[in-house]
Design a protein around this ligand. Sequence first.
Ligand code: IPD
Ligand code: CA
Length: 272
Amino acid sequence: MQVIDVLQEAARRVHENVKHLAGTEESGIDHGRGAGGDISRRIDIVAEKTVLDYLKEIRFECTVFGEECGLVELSSNPKGFVIMDAIDGSTNAVRGIPFFCCSLAFAPEDSLGSVTDGVVIDLYSGNLYSASKGKGAFMNGKKIQVNKENGQYFVVGVDISGISPEVLPKLAPIISTSSHVRHFGAVALELAIFAYGLVDVFVDLRNKLRITDVAAGYLIAKEAGGLIVDEKGEPLDCKLSYDKRISFVAAANKEMLVDTMKKLGLPHNLNL
Ligand code: IPD
Ligand code: CA
């Protein structure tokens, strides 16, 4: 069984196990603070347990780097890390807002840049986005690409939840010059729909994202032809760590990326 098949099957099982829970009172029951620093809700715990149980069932030799459960060693001889955000967009899931997902990635080394496989399943629709390094990105098995048209409906995604008053003004130039700005509340799925071509540029400068939030969406976006850089204009990369926080700018092509970086007042002499 290929790694991508393992991640896909785990994601499908999460979909099966949580679809009745979303939007219910039970989904929001507090389970204390998880390794990623947020309160774990019942729906997060059910989803994580589903993935862990499946990986144990098939004896997948890995270390799990989970948003709630922390590091879980499933083998003394791991092939790498399963980077798990079993529910991304937990608030949407608990409130029943139909935009939340399960994000699973595999990295042979302890870095974001080494991610070889990623799966994001939309837990409302069941749509499954996937990618393996060098093999392209897919939605329900069909190849996908970032949007290549500079069309009329140029859509900019931003994440501004909890943004600091110092960083907020930096976004003003892109927000005020864009007629179509969107913020959906689950960054892994936002990266997946960017990869699918529904959003042209996505910006998160809050320095709040964890590796678990972005690992799978990052690979899917790149494999779909998207460009993703950090605030310095360098290709996004970092070590797997629970302390690390990430900001990034993603764009469907270099022209859009340079233009966005310029507007944000960030380095735009990009060597990509
Ligand atoms: C959150 C979502 C949200 C982003 C937060 C993340 P969670 O993940 O991705 O869009 O604004 O910074 O923490 O907590 O729902 O897994
Ligand atoms: Ca998350």
